[in-house]
Ligand binder design. Sequence first.
Ligand SMILES: NC(=O)c1ccc[n+]([C@@H]2O[C@H](COP(=O)([O-])OP(=O)(O)OC[C@H]3O[C@@H](n4cnc5c(N)ncnc54)[C@H](O)[C@@H]3O)[C@@H](O)[C@H]2O)c1
Ligand SMILES: O=C(O)C(=O)C[C@]1(C(=O)O)C=C[C@@H](O)C=C1
Length: 285
Amino acid sequence: TKWKGLAGEVAGYDRDPEVRRIAAEIGLVDTVCDSLSDVVRDADLVMLCVPVGVMGAVAAEIAPHLKQGAILSDTGSVKQAVVEAVAPHVPQGVHFIPGHPLAGTEQSGPRSGFATLFVNRWWLLTPSETTDPQALAKLRAYLEGLEANVDTMDAPHHDITLAVTSHCPHLIAYTMVGVADHVRRVSHQEIIKYSASGFRDFTRIAASDPTMWRDVFLTNKEATLDILGRFAEELFVLQRAIRTGDGEMLHDYFTRTRAIRRGIIDAGQDTDAPDFGRVSKQAGE
Ligand SMILES: NC(=O)c1ccc[n+]([C@@H]2O[C@H](COP(=O)([O-])OP(=O)(O)OC[C@H]3O[C@@H](n4cnc5c(N)ncnc54)[C@H](O)[C@@H]3O)[C@@H](O)[C@H]2O)c1
Ligand SMILES: O=C(O)C(=O)C[C@]1(C(=O)O)C=C[C@@H](O)C=C1
């Protein structure tokens, strides 16, 4: 926001005094406030950037201090649970428009952000039927000012989509790293020394913030369990193909998954891993 000069003043608050100290030190915001009530009092846009599990408690605390006409949004990775937790606290005359930037890394904390984090990344908004179109247009224009691509969808659809594209992949990465940790026949030293790049990618994801991801799974329970159920079924099919030596099945399956990867690259969404693009081009595709 500061990079693009999109706001007259950017104020921030975190309940952790160390986070507030660092934010002031690195100039993350113009003003570091000492309380939630102070930080929201005169704000035209309030962005809740806390773990999904505490969104409701924070909303309840700020509610009496929100300015009439203000836009209230959030960055939570799950949307339906945030709507349920936050909406009941939102006063008349305040526009609540939930959101989720599909941008981030395994790092968390005030030093992890950077000005161009949202450039050419999706920022999903989940307005309701009663959302004021002018407030929605204003928020969209602000996010586009950050050079994000904005799309809207309803909250349940967001949650099942992200269960597929983000939440379950994280759980699978956490699990694989956990498995490596528990395998007795391969030492920890060997795992570190011979870590192939696939496993290294998993360890990056599995280093993501435990509080954030605990809350994601506890609040997007139904969708993640649905997709994990399908994952388990397909895993059994692949296991059987390996056991029975069904090479044709494995080859067909991997050909289809490779096409998905190519689709992501062709859509210009592969901003993080240019190496992979290079590898597939070298393979003559
Ligand atoms: N990290 C990512 O890749 C990413 C990407 C998109 C969305 N998100 C979502 O954005 C939100 C924030 O994630 P993050 O990565 O910025 O986490 P973070 O850990 O960097 O920041 C969260 C902050 O919230 C503070 N906090 C916790 N409870 C609080 C409370 N009651 N009052 C005030 N502050 C409180 C913590 O002290 C912490 O500094 C989460 O809901 C997450 O799901 C994260
Ligand atoms: O690259 C990463 O570290 C991420 O996982 C970022 C990622 C994602 O799954 O794409 C993680 C969670 C957020 O809600 C949005 C973005």
